[in-house]
Design a protein around this ligand. Structure first.
Ligand code: PLP
Length: 390
C-alpha cells in the first residue's frame, strides 16, 4: 500500500484519492488491486481459524464478512475521509439502514425533516418495527433540535445537502449540540462527496455515502460506505454481516477506480452546476431555483463557510417551473442530452422529477457546460411553446 512518501508530510486529497488503499497483486505484481472473486478462503492454520472467529480483519475467511478487494476500498475511503475505519456495503440504503439499526436500535433518534425518499420511508415505516422512535426536525432550528432530545435519544441524522431541496445543514453547530448531550451525529454526505466536504473533520461521528453516486461516478455500480471511529464501524460491520448487505468484490473494484478521479470530476460537476444555476436563475420559465452556490440561496452563507468558498457547491441543482408538474413533465420529455433518469453523481447529466411534487432535480454532469445549457434552453423553449410560462 502506498504511504506518505516523505515521512511526516501528509499527502493531499488528490494523492490519497489515487493511491490510498491501493496495492499491487502480491503474486504477479499486477498494478492495482485485483478483484478477489472468491467466497471462501483457505485458512491454512489453526491460528488463522482462531483469528477469523475473533474478527481479525487481516485474516479473510468468508466474503460476506470481509473480502480483500472490498477491504482495500474501505482503506481508501477511511484515508480520504480522515476516519479510523470504513465499512463498505451493497448500496447507500444498505449503509443507511445498517448504520441506523446498529447505532439506534430500540431507542429514540432525531432525524432531519427532509432526507432521501427511500431513507425517509425506512425511518418512518421500518425503524419503528425495530423499536425505534423518531422526532423529525428542521436541522437549521437548533432550539428545536435541542428540544427534541429525550432521555433515550441516541443519535441525530441528517444530510449535509438534502435530497431534493438542497437544504444545507450546519454540521459543526449540530456537532456541538450532539457532543453536549452525548449523542452520535450521523451524516449522509452523498450530495457533496468527500472532495467537497468531510463531516468527520467538523465533529460528526459517522459519515455515510451512497457510493453509487459521486464516489464511483460513472453510473455503473451500486454501493455504500460508512466511515468513522473503529469502535462504531466495528458494530456496523457486525450488523452488516448478519443483515447480509455486503458489497461484491467487483463493485468495490469499480468504486475504487472511480474514486481515483473523484477530485477532478467534482471540480467539473461544481463548475458546470454553477453555470447552469446562473443560467436558470434568470430564465422567465423558472419559478424557483435551489443551488447553494447562488448568493441569494437560503443555504449560501452556511455552504460558503463550510465548503463552497474553497471547494465549490457540488453538482446538484433543483428547480420549479411556472406551470408546475405539467410543465415539468413537458421539460423532462423534451430533454435530449440530459437523460430523464433517476440517480445522480454520474458523468452524464440526469434530470429527475420528484414524484408527486413539482420539483425537478438536476444532477449536472461533466459535459461541456454550453451543451448542458443548450439542452435545457431548447427544452424550456418547448415548455413555453406548450403554453406554460410566467
Ligand atoms: C442522499 C442519498 N442517500 C442515499 C441514497 C441511497 O443510495 P443507493 O441508491 O445507493 O441505495 C440516495 C439515492 O439516491 C441518496 O440520494
Amino acid at each position: 500500500m502506498s504511504g506518505t512518501h516523505e515521512p511526516g508530510r501528509p499527502e493531499g486529497f488528490a494523492t490519497k484519492s489515487v493511491h490510498a488503499g491501493e496495492a499491487s497483486d502480491p503474486l504477479t505484481g499486477a498494478h492495482g488491486v485485483p478483484i478477489y472473486q472468491a467466497t471462501t478462503f483457505d485458512l491454512r492454520t489453526w491460528d488463522n481459524f482462531e483469528a477469523f472467529w475473533a474478527g481479525d480483519e487481516s485474516v479473510y475467511g468468508y466474503s460476506r464478512d470481509l473480502n480483500p478487494t472490498v477491504r482495500h476500498l474501505e482503506q481508501k475511503m477511511a484515508a480520504i475521509e480522515g476516519a479510523e475505519d470504513s465499512v463498505a456495503l451493497a448500496s447507500g440504503m444498505a449503509a443507511i439502514s445498517t448504520t441506523l439499526l446498529a447505532m439506534g436500535g430500540g431507542a429514540h433518534a432525531i432525524i432531519a425533516n427532509e432526507i432521501y425518499n427511500t431513507a425517509n420511508k425506512f425511518v418512518n415505516e421500518d425503524l419503528p418495527v425495530h423499536g425505534m422512535r423518531m422526532t423529525r426536525v428542521d436541522m437549521s432550528d437548533f432550539a428545536a433540535v435541542e428540544a427534541a432530545i429525550e432521555p433515550d435519544t441516541k443519535l441525530i441524522y441528517t444530510e449535509v445537502v438534502s435530497n431534493p431541496s438542497l437544504i444545507v445543514a450546519d454540521i459543526p453547530a449540530l456537532a456541538t449540540i450532539a457532543k453536549r448531550h452525548g449523542l452520535l451525529l450521523i451524516i449522509d454526505n452523498t450530495f457533496l462527496s468527500p472532495a467537497t466536504f468531510r463531516p468527520l473533520e467538523h465533529g460528526a461521528d459517522l459519515v455515510i455515502h451512497s457510493a453509487t453516486k459521486y464516489l464511483s461516478g460513472h453510473g455503473n455500480v451500486l454501493g455504500g460506505v460508512v466511515s468513522g471511529r473503529k469502535e462504531l464501524t466495528s458494530r456496523i460491520r457486525t450488523k452488516s454481516l448478519r443483515l447480509g448487505g455486503t458489497l461484491s468484490a467487483f463493485g468495490a473494484w469499480l468504486i475504487m477506480t472511480g474514486i481515483r478521479t473523484l477530485p477532478l470530476r467534482i471540480a467539473r460537476h461544481s463548475e458546470n452546476a454553477l453555470a447552469v444555476a446562473r443560467y436558470l436563475a434568470t430564465h422567465p420559465g423558472v419559478s424557483e431555483l435551489r443551488y447553494p452556490g447562488l448568493p441569494d440561496d437560503r443555504g449560501h452563507s452556511t455552504a460558503a463557510r463550510l465548503f463552497g468558498e474553497e471547494h465549490g457547491y457540488g453538482g446538484m441543482v433543483s428547480l420549479r417551473l411556472h406551470g408546475g408538474e405539467a410543465a415539468m413533465a413537458c421539460m423532462a420529455e423534451h430533454l435530449r442530452l440530459i437523460a430523464f433518469a433517476t440517480s445522480l453523481g454520474d458523468t452524464a447529466s440526469l434530470a429527475w422529477p420528484i414524484y408527486k411534487t413539482d420539483v425537478l432535480r438536476l444532477s449536472i454532469g461533466i459535459e461541456d457546460p454550453e451543451d448542458i445549457i443548450a439542452d435545457l434552453d431548447q427544452a424550456l423553449v418547448a415548455v413555453r411553446a406548450a403554453g406554460f410560462g410566467a
